[in-house]
Design a protein around this ligand. Structure first.
Ligand code: ZN
Length: 337
C-alpha cells in the first residue's frame, strides 16, 4: 500500500527520535487502510529487533518470539477494541482496555491497544478512555482509529497526536486492488469492470472496494438505486422502496443516501456527480430545487447517523429519508377543469 508510505515515514522519524506519542489518532476515509496501518505499527513496536528495510523504513524482523506470536495472531500484549453488535464500543470494553494499559506486559517490552474505532465510543466509554489517556503508563501505546467525517470528542483528540492516512490516487488504488484480486482462484475473480465499479463506489478507498467485491454490495446497491428511482417517480410504495436499504444495513444505506445528497449539492453548484449511475436523476432534482435542499438532506442524514447508535430500525429510517427525498420532486400543478 504505497500511499501509506508517507504516514509510515513520518511515524518512523518520531520513533527514531524517541518522540513516539503514547497515543496516536489515525484518521482517514472508510476503507483506506487505517487498520492495516495500525496492525503494521503494532507489529513493528512489539518486535524485539526491528530491521531497517531497504533504506528508510523499518520493519519487524519476522523471527523473534514477538513476531512469531504476532504472526499467529495470539500476541497477548496487542489488544484490539472494536464496536460490538451495538455498533458502539461499550464501557466494559474500555474498562478492559484500562486494566490492560496498567498491567505489566506479558511477553513484550510494551503493550499496544488499538481502538477501532474511536468515533464509535459512547459518552461513558469516551470518558473512561479519557482517564487512561490522561495518566498513561510508560509502556503502553494507544492507537485510535477515526473515520473521516465522524467526530471524536475534542478532549480525546487533544490528548493524541494526529496523523492522516491519505486516500490513494486512482492508479495506486487500482493497482492494489488488482493485485488482491489476482490472489483469488481464477474462477472466482471478479471481472475488470466490476473492479472499476467497486473502486468508483468506494471513492478509491481500496479496502472498501475489496469489501464490496467480496460481498453482494454492488448488486444490492443497484437494487436500492432502482427502487429509489421508482419511488421518486411514484411507481413504488415507500415500504417496498425501503426494503433493499434494509438489506444493505443502516450504515451502508445512510452512506449511499449521503453520497447521493453530496452529489446533489455538487450538481447544484455546477459540478459533476461522483455516482454516474444516479447522475441523471440527481441532475433533474438539482435543476428543480434550490441548492440548500441538498444541505438540508445532508443534515437529515447526519441526524439519522447520530441516532443510529441507539439501534434505530433501518427500514423505518430509510423510509423517512426516502420521503424527505421525494419532497424534492416538483409537484405537477393540476389545471382546474
Ligand atoms: Zn521481531
Amino acid at each position: 500500500m504505497p500511499w501509506l508510505n508517507g504516514a509510515w515515514a513520518s511515524l518512523q522519524k518520531r520513533f527514531d527520535e524517541n518522540r513516539l506519542p503514547h497515543a496516536l489518532l489515525v484518521n482517514g476515509e472508510r476503507g483506506v487502510g487505517k487498520r492495516l496501518f495500525a496492525d503494521a505499527l503494532a507489529s513493528l513496536l512489539i518486535c524485539d529487533q526491528p530491521e531497517k528495510g531497504g533504506g528508510i523504513l523499518a520493519r519487524p524482523c519476522g523471527r523473534c518470539k514477538q513476531c512469531e506470536l504476532v504472526a499467529a495472531g495470539t500476541h497477548p500484549d496487542i489488544r484490539v477494541y472494536t464496536p460490538e453488535k451495538s455498533r458502539m464500543i461499550k464501557i466494559d470494553q474500555i474498562r478492559a482496555l484500562s486494566s490492560f494499559a496498567v498491567a505489566s506486559p506479558q511477553v513484550g517490552h510494551r503493550k499496544i491497544a488499538i481502538v477501532d474505532r474511536a468515533d464509535q465510543l459512547n459518552i461513558n466509554s469516551a470518558n473512561a478512555l479519557l482517564k487512561t489517556l490522561e495518566e498513561p503508563s510508560a509502556d503502553v501505546v494507544l492507537i485510535l482509529l477515526q473515520e473521516s467525517g465522524r467526530p471524536v470528542l475534542p478532549t480525546i483528540r487533544s490528548r493524541c497526536q494526529s496523523m492522516l492516512i491519505p486516500t490513494p490516487g486512482e492508479d495506486d488504488a487500482a493497482r492494489w486492488l488488482t493485485s488482491r484480486v489476482m490472489e483469488l482462484e481464477e474462477d472466482s475473480r471478479p471481472a475488470a469492470a466490476e473492479c472499476v465499479k467497486a473502486l468508483a463506489m468506494a471513492a478509491n478507498a481500496p479496502r472498501l472496494a475489496l469489501e464490496y467485491l467480496n460481498s453482494d454490495f454492488l448488486a444490492q446497491r443497484d437494487q436500492a438505486l432502482e427502487c429509489f428511482r421508482q419511488f421518486m417517480k411514484g411507481q413504488m410504495t415507500v415500504g417496498e422502496a425501503a426494503k433493499p436499504f434494509k438489506t444493505l444495513g443502516l450504515d451502508a444505506a445512510l452512506w449511499l443516501f449521503e453520497r447521493w445528497a453530496a452529489d446533489l449539492a455538487r450538481l447544484g453548484a455546477g459540478g459533476h456527480a461522483l455516482d454516474s449511475d444516479a447522475a441523471d436523476m440527481l441532475g433533474y432534482l438539482a435543476r428543480n430545487n434550490p441548492p440548500w435542499r441538498a444541505h438540508q438532506l445532508l443534515d437529515q442524514i447526519h441526524e439519522a447517523r447520530s441516532a443510529a447508535v441507539y439501534n434505530v430500525n433501518p427500514e423505518l429510517e430509510a423510509g423517512r429519508l426516502l420521503i424527505a427525498w421525494q419532497g424534492l420532486m416538483p409537484v405537477k400543478r393540476r389545471v382546474p377543469a
